[in-house]
Design a protein around this ligand. Structure first.
Ligand code: HEM
Length: 422
């Protein structure tokens, strides 16, 4: 049985050792220390950005929700939304420097945030996203064609990874010849904690590419999102070049890794819980939307984001000081027994599954949530219709990360699982 303090949430190696996300430990925090001081790891963490200061962990659903909605006290701008500490070696315009974070949508507070969000939201309205469905379906079918006759294979690279990045390229208006490059950058940046990959350099290359593309869209406007951002005003306002570049990189991080991991988690969970697969397959189209919400609740692809206190406050009898870092645990909020009955049970018919906080809440609520849900619905529907028995057939490898709950590779078999044969 854990005690508060037994696991350092800033240490990816500890997380990998106890199970990532560490649900048993987070349950102890929710019960015994809902505002818990997590010190900085007491050793340098290889392959990770610096984490030199400790932080307060908010683990209850009500507190994560309240702090996400209360940007006046829990700022995204003051210290940025990323838990790592500002590193003087990081180039100022990298998405991981404080200046870089503040230049993006996630790192702003009202009123700058509201103004910026209004400008970029035009690409994400229900109408804009709804119109993408035929295009999403045709890419999903092309991807599923690869496995229509397959016996087995690696799931993340063959099925889960491609759709989010291709859809982003289509939406932004990236010429098809450049998609492989974008795809490679997206993969690299998602694994920014991997010591072999220089995520900062990749982000710089992406920003330079975006600059060139924006120049082309200004010379030859088209109907793409990037062309609209570069050429059209919203209520007399227009995005600056830096805003567009940062948004481009943000989307490549925010929209890629998250959606692909949810696809992988969905197949992993249906393999682990065959009873739930049976319930789903009785009415695939009807039950899939709630099954996706339950997958997001049970296995959130983003485990946390950060806020910084703008003033001294007291929460559950604990003093949080101005400038202290605050860690919002979506993984814990989603298992809060005050909101979800039997939270450790994976139940695709759970009536309030969509109360999860995997997309955050409040002003920074995920701008791409509708797009992510549509992609997941279409891809999983196509996959489970074509290959209803797809199941995990070997060890699942996950990313060593304090941030992303990511599946790096997952062997699957497309036939009936052995236990069903018996
Ligand atoms: C399952 C998939 C996804 C998950 C779990 C997810 C998760 C999140 C979370 C937790 C936030 C809130 C950050 C905060 O409060 O600081 C967020 C914000 C955001 N997400 Fe997503 N996301 C997903 C897919 C996408 C997609 C597909 C896109 C776009 C293509 C996207 C774009 C964004 C953007 C632009 C923001 C910033 C919103 C703001 O600061 O106003 N996300 N996402």
């Amino acid at each position: 049985m854990f005690k508060p303090g037994d696991v350092n949430l800033g240490d990816p190696d500890q997380l990998m050792a106890v199970g990532n996300p560490p649900h048993d430990y987070l349950a102890v925090l929710r019960r015994e220390a809902p505002v818990h001081w997590n010190p900085a790891p007491d050793r340098p963490i290889s392959g990770s950005m610096p984490l030199t200061k400790g932080f307060w962990v908010l683990s209850r659903h009500a507190d994560v929700d309240m702090s996400s909605r209360n940007a006046e006290v829990f700022s995204s701008w003051l210290g940025g939304p990323v838990l790592y500490d500002n590193d003087p070696d990081v180039p100022p315009l990298s998405p991981y420097s404080l200046m870089g974070q503040r230049s993006g949508l996630m790192g702003k507070d009202h009123p700058e945030h509201s103004a910026y969000r209004k400008l970029v939201s035009v690409g994400f309205t229900p109408k804009s996203i709804g119109m993408l469905e035929p295009m999403i379906r045709s890419h999903a079918q092309r991807i599923i064609d690869r496995v229509r006759d397959a016996n087995d294979g690696e799931f993340v690279s063959t099925v889960a990874a491609e759709l989010p990045m291709v859809i982003l390229c289509e939406m932004l208006g990236v010429p098809p010849g450049d998609w492989p490059q974008l795809f490679e950058w997206g993969n690299s940046i998602a694994a920014v904690k991997n010591p072999d990959i220089d995520g900062m350099q990749v982000a710089g290359e992406m920003m330079a590419y975006c600059h060139q593309l924006v120049t082309e869209k200004r010379e030859r406007p088209d109907n793409s999102m990037l062309s609209n951002y570069a050429n059209k005003d919203v209520d007399g306002e227009r995005l600056s070049e830096l805003d567009i570049n940062m948004f481009f990189v943000t989307l490549s991080i925010a929209g890629h890794e998250t959606t692909r991991n949810t696809t992988a988690h969905a197949i992993r969970l249906l393999s682990e819980y065959p009873d739930q697969r049976a319930v789903l397959m009785e009415d695939l189209a009807g039950r899939l939307p709630n099954a996706i919400e339950e997958t997001l609740r049970f296995s959130p692809p983003v485990m946390q984001f950060r806020r910084t206190a703008t003033k001294d406050i007291e929460l559950h009898g604990v003093q949080i000081k101005r400038n202290d870092k605050v860690y919002l645990s979506y993984a814990s909020a989603n298992r809060d027994e005050d909101v979800f009955t039997d939270p450790d049970v994976f139940d695709i018919l759970r009536p309030n599954a969509s109360k999860h906080l995997s997309f955050g809440s409040g002003p920074h609520f995920c701008l791409g949530a509708r797009l992510a849900r549509l992609q997941l619905q279409v891809l999983l529907e196509e996959l489970l219709t074509a290959r209803p028995h797809v199941h995990v057939s070997g060890p699942v490898n996950t990313l060593r990360s304090i941030w992303f709950n990511a599946v790096t590779d997952m062997p699957v078999n497309y036939g009936l699982p052995e236990e069903v044969h018996q």
